[in-house]
Design a protein around this ligand. Structure first.
Ligand code: DC
Length: 218
């Protein structure tokens, strides 16, 4: 059976940075499930479908095909055949994603794809419900988190480095809103799986976290 590592946690905890590094070290594939939800959200934005319009969202799910490919070891996400990897990291898409990821029609479709990928490969998969719902049999589950302050500061630094002029308090408010929605939705809310290991990275460096997880795998 393929080896599965599930990493769940709130926005900005460092899941994707850590998971990418781990995947390289272990020669596993990295599956960023948030990117799949983001590609779906992009479809709804482009087609002017409101996050509140459950009927339209359900109907649209039939027309959306999401695929994952790898280019130079980096995950690419395809929306109806178009590589949309470069368009999904905006705040607008992030907010829409959190709002549309509450719908069963959206989740069912993507969970199926995630399970197919994990059945064929040794994977590190990150998201919100990987340990609790997508891969309950995963051999190693990590719940990766950090304080809202630490996560907001990291995001702020990232945006400043990209040349932006973000307001720290606004970022923190957005993070807290997103946490609340992701943790309180009816289906597959973000929560620590019973058998997951809790890692608070507020005061840890990236390499330190990677090494801690590798040790846990042995
Ligand atoms: O990890 P991320 O920021 O790319 O995720 C964007 C949103 O997608 C997040 O706010 C909630 C949703 N999501 C989810 O519901 N389940 C997942 N497995 C991954 C992401």
């Amino acid at each position: 059976m393929a080896y599965q590592i599930a990493i769940d946690g709130p926005a900005g905890a460092g899941k994707s940075t850590i998971a990418k590094k781990l995947a390289k070290k272990l020669e596993y594939i990295y599956v960023d499930t948030g990117a799949m939800y983001r590609a779906m959200a992009l479809y709804f934005i482009r087609n002017h479908i409101a996050a509140s319009d459950k009927k339209e969202i359900e109907a649209a799910c039939q027309k959306v095909e999401i695929e994952i490919a790898y280019k130079n070891g980096e995950q690419q996400v395809l929306l109806n055949g178009e590589n949309v990897t470069g368009f999904i990291r905006t705040e607008e898409v992030g907010k829409m994603t959190s709002a549309i990821s509450v719908y069963p029609a959206v989740r069912q479709k993507l969970v199926e794809l995630q399970r197919t990928l994990a059945a064929k490969n040794n994977v590190i998969m990150d998201g919100r419900d990987i340990g609790t719902c997508v891969l309950p049999q995963a051999q190693l589950k990590i719940y990766l988190t950090a304080s809202a302050e630490a996560r907001a500061e990291r995001r702020h630094k990232e945006l400043v480095e990209k040349g932006g002029n973000p307001v720290l308090e606004e970022i923190k408010k957005d993070i807290e809103e997103r946490d609340f929605r992701d943790m309180n939705r009816e289906i597959s809310p973000l929560k620590q799986a019973e058998d997951a290991i809790f890692l608070d990275t507020s005061h840890m460096g990236i390499e330190e976290v990677v090494e801690a997880i590798i040790k846990l795998k042995r």
